[in-house]
Write a protein that binds this ligand. Structure first.
Ligand SMILES: Cc1cc2nc3c(=O)[nH]c(=O)nc-3n(C[C@H](O)[C@H](O)[C@H](O)COP(=O)(O)O)c2cc1C
Length: 179
């Protein structure tokens, strides 16, 4: 059975609709540990050793955050900068990192609908393309990158029914890792 670490990078889950709904949908799963970065580190002072221990203890890491300016959120970026250290999270000599082979799922919410994230749409690119530096980081760390979870239109277009469906699918995806 794989255990799952859900690293959440929403600035304030108490004010969130979409990210809170996703987290609430998986919180009760016994094999899932929810790790809310902003509540753990309101001062941005990340405990690198504790974070690396958490990562080492889990087989599947889900990185969930709202898209802010086509990127992760600030504390999530700080977390990457501090936690993904040379020799531990990535290597330059071809040897295995401590993260090698762990499954990584990036789960993002966007304010605007899916048709904005096409070559013809307002953003001129897919979300995977816009988040390519984040995905490259995970690749360098030798994660086994899984398909991205994308919840579009949280500010424009997503209905309560659509959010409930997405939350159910998120529950099913994370539950599937228990097998
Ligand atoms: C500072 C900031 C930047 C944002 N940038 C983007 C963006 O680049 N693309 C986008 O689709 N939505 C953007 N949004 C909208 C957020 O993605 C949206 O508010 C979030 O997905 C809502 O999730 P929540 O209900 O969990 O708070 C931005 C929001 C903020 C506050």
């Amino acid at each position: 059975m794989s255990n799952v670490l859900l690293v959440v990078g929403h600035p304030d889950l108490s004010q969130s609709k979409a990210n809170a709904a996703l987290v609430d949908a998986v919180r009760e799963l016994a094999h899932v540990t929810v790790h809310d970065l902003y509540s753990a580190y309101p001062d941005f002072q990340i405990d690198v050793a504790a974070e690396q221990t958490l990562l080492a203890e889990h087989d599947v890491i889900v990185f969930q955050h709202p898209v802010f300016w086509y990127n992760t959120t600030p504390l999530f970026k700080q977390w990457q900068d501090k936690v993904f250290t040379l020799g531990w999270a990535f290597t330059m000599d071809g040897s295995a990192s401590q993260l090698a082979g762990k499954k990584a799922v990036v789960a993002v919410t966007t304010g605007v609908p899916a048709d904005h994230y096409t070559p013809e749409g307002a953003n001129r690119a897919a979300i995977e393309t816009l988040l390519s530096s984040w995905l490259a980081t995970l690749r360098l760390c030798q994660f086994d990158i899984q398909p991205m979870v994308k919840l579009y239109g949280t500010a424009f277009g997503l209905s309560d029914e659509g959010l409930a469906t997405a939350a159910k699918q998120y529950n099913e995806l994370l539950a599937s890792f228990a097998a």
